[in-house]
Design a protein around this ligand. Structure first.
Ligand SMILES: Cc1ncc(COP(=O)(O)O)c(C=O)c1O
Length: 401
């Protein structure tokens, strides 16, 4: 029998814009690791890869759920106890106009569902540069456009409100803000948040307020939930168990929709159509949501203490010749600026090959043209961090000319 000529299966064009620098850099690191080189990983925001463990009371809650055979599907919006705990937490953060709450497979799925339910092909969404790359990847998949606005390094990485205004057009549907921020570690001021809300209200934009690091504030600075500042603004507040509760592999996140009922009715309906179509988030792990939000928080104090010390080492060591770093106020990331002749991606690749230190190039998160950065994750223990930064600085010194 004759065979048709072999041709490769054509991938969908919409996948071409989907990149994720954090994981893309891993294949190079794996290649280098195979040569037997000692690797120091400063690239992945996974606390459980280091000396942080999921709190025992959460593990016990999941274990008990499995024992009680809560292993079938859950309601599409999540189990009642989890949904109610998230609602109560949102209320205690000052969000009064809650319209809907749902549990998802990580904050990632909430982001994907809420963007999918909102944005049509050809429309656009304002996203921060630098920022978490998932938003841009999802928009590429939706054949929509990411419109980057800049965070201002000279102003503690607060969003540049004038830049946001300049970038809005008739096809703009939403404004994404990540607070506390990945990759800069900045916490936004009330003035910034009010400014962002004002712009969103003026232009009828939905605000995506990604607050997944809100339990990891390292300075005596208060984190404000965006939606608490304006009950009438259409806001999706995103959070989950991955970061503050040290369980990223459980893939549990959530979304809280707030705003005016009349204005949000269709949108909430669309979100729920998608929630139903994908059945539910991981069921047994949802049973950890209530104990996470209502149980003991000693582990959080411990986590913050460790991170404060690691942040201080980072800030101290990464302000040297050829490198400068704004002091991170939260989370476990820093985004130092590099004074180097080559592109930051080339710098990072050379750094990995030569020193085994794995960081991610700033261009993977977006940055102002002409600037060069590096994102480091300061989750590793102090000695590992010092060693990695010393290698990084030595490599920088050699490659500055
Ligand atoms: C800002 C931000 N949002 C969302 C996520 C995704 O979190 P999850 O593990 O809940 O999907 C991350 C993960 O690194 C993140 O940094």
């Amino acid at each position: 029998m004759a065979h048709a000529a072999l041709s490769s299966i054509r991938a969908a064009k919409r996948t071409e814009g989907i990149t994720y620098a954090v994981r893309d850099i891993v294949s190079l690191a794996q290649e280098v690791a195979k040569t037997g080189k000692e690797m120091l990983y400063l690239n992945i925001g996974d606390p459980n890869k280091f000396d942080f463990e999921t709190p025992a009371h959460l593990i016990e809650a999941v274990h008990a759920a499995m024992r009680h055979n809560h292993n079938g599907y859950s309601p599409s919006s999540g189990i009642l106890s989890g949904v109610e705990a998230v609602r109560a937490e949102a209320r205690s953060n000052g969000i009064t106009s809650i319209l809907d709450v749902f549990l998802t497979s990580g904050g990632s799925e909430a982001i994907e569902i809420c963007l999918t339910a909102l944005v049509d092909r050809g429309e656009n969404v304002l996203i921060p540069y630098p920022g978490y790359p998932l938003y841009e990847a999802v928009l590429a998949k939706l054949e929509a456009k990411a419109k980057p606005y800049f965070l201002d390094e000279d102003n503690g990485w607060q969003p540049d409100l004038d830049d946001i205004r300049r970038k809005i057009d008739s096809k703009t549907r939403a404004l994404v803000l990540i607070n506390p921020n990945n990759p800069t570690g900045a916490v936004y001021t009330e003035q910034t948040l009010r400014g962002l809300l004002k712009i969103a209200r003026e232009h009828g934009l939905v605000v995506f307020s990604d607050e997944i690091y809100d339990k990891m504030i390292l300075d005596p600075k208060k984190h404000l939930s965006t939606a608490s500042l304006d009950p009438d603004a259409p806001v999706i507040t995103l959070n989950g168990l991955s970061k503050g509760f040290l369980a990223p592999g459980w893939r549990i996140g959530w979304g809280v929709v707030s705003g005016r009922q009349g204005e949000m009715k269709d949108y909430v309906g669309a979100i729920n159509r998608i929630l139903r179509a994908r059945l539910c988030a991981n069921h047994p792990m949802q049973h950890a949501v209530k104990p996470a939000l209502e149980g003991q928080t000693a582990f959080l104090t411990e986590t913050r203490k460790k991170l404060q010390r690691r942040r201080d080492i980072t800030f101290e060591m990464l302000n040297a010749e050829g490198i400068s770093c704004v002091r991170p106020e939260a989370a476990f990331y820093a985004f130092p600026k590099l004074d180097i002749p080559m592109a930051d991606e080339a710098f990072v690749k050379g750094l990995i090959r030569e020193t085994g230190v794995v960081a991610v190039h700033g261009s993977g998160f977006g940055e102002k043209p002409g600037t060069k950065h590096l994102r480091v994750v300061y989750l590793p223990p102090e000695e590992q961090l010092r060693k990695a930064y010393a290698s990084l600085l030595a490599y920088l010194k050699k490659n500055r000319k």
